[in-house]
Write a protein that binds this ligand. Structure first.
Ligand SMILES: Cc1cc2nc3c(=O)[nH]c(=O)nc-3n(C[C@H](O)[C@H](O)[C@H](O)COP(=O)(O)OP(=O)(O)OC[C@H]3O[C@@H](n4cnc5c(N)ncnc54)[C@H](O)[C@@H]3O)c2cc1C
Length: 191
């Protein structure tokens, strides 16, 4: 039995781990759009504040830990299409080459997409304007780069998927202050 899980966060990784636990002979592939499988999204505010000192510490398990469970993580790989009658998923890998992956069982754990509130003009603004969405590790690196580059200028938080997260992030970003600036610059993105 080949189980394919699309998504390498809580849902996808839990499904993959459980499948291996139930049946250690099962063939499990996890397709992950980015290079950060099994990271604690909930811990991102703590990394922004500096309470978690290295972004790698947000990982519940390393890539090697995941491989050791017997699953096959395919990182930087986008699931671009699902052919249900043919039971296969179209993948776009790190080299942008497309291929098909057959499955017997499919789990789609692709999470949510941050909502942009209907504020006039907001749809035209992005990272270069200092406007960030925060959901993935990529978003996190973009935000910390902005915070490190612009120092401690005023910033406005527009909530999050839960009011608690927006509040937590606001509190932690204020706590962060400038002292993390040089530390973070010194810690290269090397994985
Ligand atoms: C800043 C922040 C703080 C949070 N804090 C808390 C908290 O304190 N407590 C709490 O309970 N919840 C919290 N949450 C919510 C929690 O993180 C989510 O509920 C949880 O991450 C959802 O997991 P998921 O696996 O469903 O989706 P996600 O975590 O969204 O993961 C989606 C996965 O799918 C992958 N993916 C997406 N599209 C594709 C594709 N086409 N092909 C391949 N891969 C794809 C992504 O790369 C990712 O690996 C927080 C969320 C945020 C953003």
């Amino acid at each position: 039995m080949h189980l394919v899980a699309i998504g390498g966060s809580d849902a996808g990784i839990s499904a993959a781990l459980r499948s291996r636990e139930f049946d250690p002979t099962s063939d499990v592939t996890v397709v992950v759009a980015d290079a950060y499988p099994n990271f604690s999204i909930c811990g991102i505010p703590y990394y922004i504040s500096g309470e978690v000192t290295h972004w790698r510490d947000l990982a519940h398990r390393t890539h090697a830990d995941l491989q050791a469970t017997g699953m096959r993580p395919r990182l930087d790989t986008l699931a671009a299409d699902i052919n249900v009658p043919g039971q296969r998923v179209a993948l776009r890998g790190p080299d942008h080459a497309q291929s098909w992956l057959d499955y017997d069982e499919l789990v789609v754990g692709t999470g949510a997409v941050p909502v942009r509130p209907p504020i006039e003009g907001l749809q035209h603004l992005g990272i270069k304007d200092g406007v960030h969405l925060l959901h993935s590790m990529g978003d996190t690196f973009a935000l910390t780069t902005t915070l490190d580059e612009d120092g401690c200028r005023t910033r406005q938080m527009l909530g999050d998927q839960t009011p608690k997260v927006g509040h937590e992030l606001r509190r932690k970003t204020l706590r962060r202050r400038c002292r993390h600036r040089s530390d973070r610059a010194a810690r290269a993105r090397a994985w």
